[in-house]
Design a binder for this molecule. Sequence first.
Ligand SMILES: [Zn+2]
Length: 289
Amino acid sequence: MTRYFLQKTLSQSVSVAGTGVHSGKQAHLTIKPALENHGIKFRRLDLPGTQDIQALFKLVVDTSLATVLGTNGAIVSTIEHLMASFAGLGIDNALVELNDYEIPIMDGSAKVFTQLIKKTGIVEQAAPKQFFIVKKPIKVIDDDKSVIVYPESCFKITCGIDFTHPLIGKQKITFDRAKNNFEKEISYARTFGFIQDLELLKKFSLGKGGSLDNAIVIDKDKILNEEGLRYPDEFVRHKLLDSLGDFSLLGMPIQGHIVTYKSGHTLNHLFIKTFLENNDAWETGPIKI
Ligand SMILES: [Zn+2]
């Protein structure tokens, strides 16, 4: 009998509360299981009657500080780390209920979401998972930054960074779905920022909930967090986490090898747009195990 990779959802609902990094407001979040082919959707409980917001690239309305989705007057902000958890754990279907507009930042990584979902349990559903199956390379290049996908029968993302800062420098890491290395190697990696950028954000009254509890803060030659780093190359691991969250907005995982160099949300989103436009370079469908 032919066996395919199957769609997945949570075995039951799970809730968590925390502060929005930009709003500074407390928000409560419940992740519920959903039926096959539902995808990931967000529901604003504080705006009853508004349409659910599907986690798709075409609904991205802002990416300047966080990834924001919106439709018909309702928005949901700072979705990237939760989306990375879904993508990293292979969850296709879930309904996320929220009582405010911003997903809580937690510790600046995807650790809490990932552990909660894993503890709750993940179940396979009857319908085959749908993939983008890459047939020809697709690339976006901006100066020395790039995102390229190669046709390969794997599910890999490799990120490389090169910062002049002495504590970061050159770093590279690969997520490989076949090795299931998301939780241990990627999900704990926190957001990072340079102290001068944080001061600028505060001046514009954004980043209200931002603190050493939810970001690695870097000064000229040191890290301000007392506990130090979770991995020596935590920076590139977080880049990979962000990339997983960004690329998940394609709505289906990619079969192929995505390689990013010095990329960020903006170039990742340009890649998604280019990818979707180049529809002769991929096909969609289920994949045999
Ligand atoms: Zn991030």
